[in-house]
Ligand binder design. Structure first.
Ligand code: FMN
Length: 179
């Protein structure tokens, strides 16, 4: 998959086929996480991989907004031995894009931290960043929930040129480059 096309076409997925992810694909996802660059190359990210049906169900039960985690093939929790949200965010997107390259969809979830810590026995000095569910995309149910289904804001609203508030002349169309 072309890296640019893959990056701009990856959307979060919460409906998955009942199909397991092979160990090889899982290793590819984890390797993509491992290779995440980090501040001073300090590699703060750690991964808790949950594959058992009861483990995934227990995670899903922690939030009404994350019920779909029970149907994921794999849930990965990104924890950090040193708190660095930027490094965790890069790691999450690295893993989700590597998965997407293998036809595997994914979505981050927010779960209540203390309940999650207790459930997975995460030590008190380890920071919890994010929970991500992975599974093969169900094409029949690929759309996002209506609450969050909308197009991205136009670039003109997001980009400032040289200083805040100044519009960017380089944004003029080529329509084919506008996802
Ligand atoms: C930090 C974070 C937490 C999120 N938590 C949840 C969640 O608890 N449940 C959920 O269904 N989606 C969750 N999402 C997914 C967002 O709703 C999604 O990224 C956004 O709607 C864009 O989706 P799209 O790729 O389909 O456009 C979360 C995303 C982020 C970045």
């Amino acid at each position: 998959m072309d890296l640019y096309r893959g990056t701009i076409s990856k959307r979060d997925r919460r409906a998955f086929l009942p199909q397991p992810i092979s160990d090889e694909s899982l290793r590819r996802i984890l390797r993509a996480g491992r290779m995440t660059p980090s501040s001073k190359n300090s590699e703060p990210n750690r991964f808790i991989v949950v594959r058992s049906p009861e483990g995934k169900r227990a995670l899903a039960n922690l939030s009404p907004m994350a019920q779909w985690l029970a149907d994921a093939a794999v849930v990965i929790v990104i924890a950090q031995v040193r708190e660095h949200p930027f490094d965790a965010g890069r790691c999450a997107q690295n893993m989700m894009l590597a998965a997407f390259n293998d036809g595997i969809g994914s979505c981050p979830a927010h779960l209540p931290e203390e309940a999650l810590r207790e459930l997975l026995a995460i030590p008190p000095d380890v920071f919890i960043n994010r929970v991500i569910g992975f599974g093969y995309i169900d094409p029949e149910n690929a759309g996002p929930p209506p609450a969050v289904a909308r197009r991205r804001k136009p670039l003109e609203e997001l980009v400032h040129s040289e200083r805040w508030g100044q519009s960017a002349p380089f944004l003029a169309p080529p329509a084919e480059q506008r996802p």
